[in-house]
Write a protein that binds this ligand. Sequence first.
Ligand SMILES: [Zn+2]
Length: 319
Amino acid sequence: MAKPFASSADTAPTTEKLEILADGVYALTAEGDPNVGAIEGEDFLVCFEARATPAAARDWLAKLREHSDKPVKYLVLTHYHAVRVLGASAFDAEHILASEATRGLIEERGQEDWDSEFGRMPRLFKQPEEIPGLTWPTETFDTDYRIELGGDRGAIDLKYCGRGHTAGDIVAWHDKSKTLFAGDLVESEAALYTGDAFHFDWSTRTLDAVKSFRAENLVGGRGTIARSAEASDAAIEQTREFLSVMIQHVGHAHKTGGDLKSAFEATHAALAPKFGHWPIFEHCLPFDVQRLWDEFDGIDWPRIWTMERDRDVWAKLQG
Ligand SMILES: [Zn+2]
C-alpha cells in the first residue's frame, strides 16, 4: 500500500513543553516538531528560530511571555528552511540574523522551499495566509557574530561550523549557561532531514566542531533537549550514526551497480530498527537518500526541491 505523501497525513496536534534550561534560557519542544528557544539579555530577548507562520510563532511567544515581557531585539535563524523562518514577522525583531550562505540560499531557492515544505508538512503552517513573504535577514555574517547581552548575562556567539544540514547552518552558544542551540545540525530522538545536506562534511568535521563546545544543554532542531554533557554527546553521536549508516548503505549500492530504489531499501532496512519509530523518519528518508545518491554522483550543490520533484521522488521510493 502506498504511504501518504511525506507528513501530509500527520494532522494530530502535538503537545508543547516550555523548559527553563538556566536563568533566562528557554526552549520549547513539541514532540518532534521544530524546536524554538530564547535567551534573556539585560533588557531584551534573543529568540532562536521563527516557526512556519506568524500564528505559530505567536503561540510560542505567548508561552514565552509568561516568563519575560522584554522586547525581542534579535531573531536568530539557524538556516533557511521554511518551517523555521516564515513566522519571523511575529517577533517584531530589530535584527534578524543568519549566515551569508543562508541569505544566498533564500535568494536561490526560498520560494521553492516554501512551496515544498508547505506540501510536505501542512500541519505546521497555521494560518498560512498571514505569511507576508519570504523572510530576509537584516544582517548576515560569514562565520562569527557576537551578541552582548548586558549586565551579568554574558554573550551569545553565533558560529558557522561548516557545511552540514544545509550549506549555511549556524549554531548559537551561550557560554554562561553552557547552552547550545544547534538547529538541525543535531537531532535528539528525531529522524534527520538531509535533503539539502552535505553528508560527508556534516558527519565528520562539522559535527566535531559542534561537539567541541562541550554543551551541557543542547537544543537540537527537533526532539528532546540534552541536559548534560553526556546527553549532548549522545545526541551528536546519534546524529552522526544516522549519517554514517546512510553513507555506508547508499555508498554500497552506488558502488556495486545498484539503483536509487535499492539504495533506499537497504538504507531503510539498516536504519529502521533503531530510528524507524522516531518522528518524520518515513517522511524524510526518500529525500535523504536521493540527496546522498546525488552526492555520490558528484553533485556537490544540492538540487532544488520543488513540489513536482518531491512527488516524483516519493512515488519512486515510497509509492
Ligand atoms: Zn532544516
